[in-house]
Design a protein around this ligand. Structure first.
Ligand code: EPZ
Length: 419
C-alpha cells in the first residue's frame, strides 16, 4: 500500500486542472445499462471508483474500452443481472446499477452495500421507490432481489434528500410506462448532469436541479456522447489547499456556478476568489477568519467539503462551529487532526474548533475519502513531516492529487508503506 510523505510550509503557486466529477461519472456509467449500443464519455476522471464501477458493469456483460481518454461503454449484451458482494462492498455507489437493471432487464440481484465509515447509509428509499413503480423487492442473504414486469410511473416523495436515490429512480423511470414524479428530489449538479445525459439518450426528464423531477417513460433509449462536468469537490479541496498555505493558484475548468456555498464560506474566511470564465484565481491570506458552517443538501454547503473546511478552520484566528447534518459519523478525521495539534471538540453532530497558530506533522491514517483529503491539507500547512497511510482512500476520489499539489510547489511524495 502507498503512503504520502509531506513536508509542510510551502506556499502553493501556479495552475491546476480540475478533473471530471466522480459523482457524475458513476451514475452516468450505470445509466449506460439502459440502452443497446455504445455510449462515449469524455472527461471521465482516472479514479479507483471508476475502475470499480467498470468491473461491476463488465461483470454484467457490458463491454468497456478507453480510447484516448474517451470511455466507450456498450451494454448491448447484458448477460447477467447480478452485482456481487465482493464488488459492491468496495464501493456502495454500485447500487446505482439497480434502477437501470430493473428498468431494462426487468430483474436485478444487487448486494446490499452495508454501512461504511461515515454512517449506516441505508438504501430503503431506493427500494421503496422501485416498489412504488411496481417492482417486487426481496432482501435475501445480503442481496436485494428485484423483479418487475414493465415498471409503471409513480409519484414518489423522499423522506430524506438522497442523491443516489434520486438518480436510481430517475434512471428507472426513463423506461417505465407513464409519468413518474420525484418529490423532495436531490438538486446536486451531478443529478442534473445525469438528467442531461439521459435526455440526450431520448429520455423525457424535466425539473432536474429542482426538488421536483418529472420523467415521462419512453419505450427505449439510444446511446449518446457526453462530457462529464468538472468535480466541484476536488475544486473546493484545491481552494482550501491555497487557503492553508497562503498560496496563490489558478484553477482551470473550475465549476464556479456549482460552488456558490463553498466560495461564499471561503471568502468569509478571508480568501480572495476571483472567477474569470471557467478559470478561478484563489488567494489564501495570512489571516484566516473563523467561520461557522452547517452541511446541507445542495445548494447548501456540501458534506463532502466538511472535513477539508475543518482543516482550514483549525488554523483560523478564533472559534468556529461545524455542524454535520447529512451523515451520523462524519468526524472520523477529527482524531487524526487532533494528533497534529488541532484543538477540536465534538458534541454530537457538532464540532467546535479553536484555531491554533500551527499544526505539527505526524504519522496519520486515512479512513475515508474526504477525511484523507483533510489530512493532506493539514500536512501541507503543518510544521515538519506528515506521513499519511492507506492512501488508497484518497485515490478513490481524487485523480493524482499528490501530483497536482507537487506541481503547485508542495513538498509531497508518494512512497510504498515501509519505505
Ligand atoms: C452521495 O452519496 C455521494 N456519493 C456522497 O459522496 C455524498 O456525500 C452524498 O451523496 C451526500 O451529498 C455519490 O454520489 C456516489 P445520500 P449517497 O443518499 O447518495 C440517508 C463522496 O465523498 N438515506 O444523499 O449515498 C443517508 O443515510 C461521497 O464522494 C436514507 O436514509 O448519499 C444519509 O444520511 C461520500 N435512505 C442521507 O440520506 C436512503 O435510502 C443522504 O444520503 C438513502 C439515503
Amino acid at each position: 500500500m502507498d503512503k504520502l510523505v509531506i513536508r509542510g510550509g510551502e506556499r502553493l503557486i501556479g495552475d491546476a486542472e480540475v478533473s471530471g466529477s466522480k459523482n457524475s461519472s458513476l451514475p452516468i456509467f450505470a445509466a449506460s445499462l439502459l440502452t443497446e449500443g455504445e455510449n462515449r464519455l469524455h472527461n471521465v476522471p482516472k479514479l479507483r471508483d471508476i475502475l470499480t464501477i467498470g468491473k461491476v458493469l463488465k461483470n454484467l456483460g457490458v463491454k468497456i474500452r478507453e480510447e484516448d481518454g474517451v470511455y466507450c461503454i456498450d451494454a448491448t449484451d447484458v448477460t447477467n443481472e447480478e452485482a456481487p458482494y465482493d464488488l459492491v462492498k468496495t464501493m456502495r455507489a454500485s447500487i446505482l446499477v439497480l434502477g437501470p437493471l430493473v428498468a431494462r432487464m426487468r430483474k436485478a440481484r444487487v448486494s446490499l452495500p452495508g454501512g461504511c465509515a461515515i454512517g449506516a447509509r441505508p438504501i430503503n428509499l431506493h427500494l421503496l421507490g422501485l416498489e412504488a413503480m411496481g417492482a417486487k423487492i426481496d432482501l435475501r442473504r445480503g442481496y436485494v432481489e428485484a423483479k418487475a414486469d414493465r415498471l409503471k410511473g409513480a409519484t414518489i416523495s423522499f423522506d430524506t434528500v438522497t442523491v443516489t436515490g434520486t438518480e436510481n429512480l430517475m434512471m428507472a423511470a426513463t423506461l417505465a410506462k407513464g409519468k413518474t414524479i420525484l418529490q423532495n428530489a436531490a438538486m446536486e449538479p451531478e443529478v442534473v448532469d445525469l438528467a442531461n445525459f439521459l435526455n440526450k439518450m431520448g429520455a423525457r426528464i424535466e425539473g432536474a436541479g429542482t426538488g421536483v423531477i418529472q420523467i415521462e417513460g419512453v419505450e427505449s433509449l439510444q446511446p449518446t456522447e457526453h462530457t462529464i462536468i468538472p468535480d466541484r469537490i476536488e475544486a473546493g479541496t484545491l481552494m482550501v489547499a491555497a487557503g492553508v498555505t497562503r498560496g496563490n493558484i489558478r484553477l482551470l475548468h473550475c465549476p464556479v456556478h456549482h460552488m456558490e456555498a463553498v466560495i461564499h464560506k471561503l471568502r468569509e474566511a478571508g480568501m480572495e476568489i476571483d472567477p474569470e470564465g471557467n478559470e478561478v484565481t484563489v488567494v489564501g491570506n495570512r489571516r484566516i477568519r473563523s467561520v461557522d458552517v452547517k452541511t446541507q443538501p445542495y445548494p447548501g454547503f456540501p458534506t463532502d467539503m466538511q472535513a477539508q473546511f475543518m482543516t482550514l478552520m483549525s488554523l483560523s484566528r478564533g472559534l468556529s462551529i461545524i455542524t454535520e447534518t447529512i451523515f451520523e459519523n462524519r468526524f472520523i478525521h477529527v482524531n487524526e487532526l487532533q494528533r497534529m495539534g488541532a484543538d477540536i471538540r465534538i458534541q454530537g453532530n457538532t464540532a467546535i474548533i479553536q484555531g491554533v497558530e500551527s499544526l505539527s506533522g505526524a504519522q496519520v491514517m486515512a479512513t475515508d475519502l474526504r477525511a484523507s483529503a483533510s489530512l493532506v491539507l493539514a500536512g501541507l500547512a503543518a510544521d515538519g513531516i506528515t506521513e499519511i497511510s492507506r492512501v488508497y482512500h484518497l485515490d478513490r476520489g481524487y485523480e493524482g492529487l499528490d501530483k497536482k499539489l507537487a506541481k503547485l510547489g508542495a513538498n509531497i511524495k508518494r512512497v510504498k508503506e515501509g519505505e
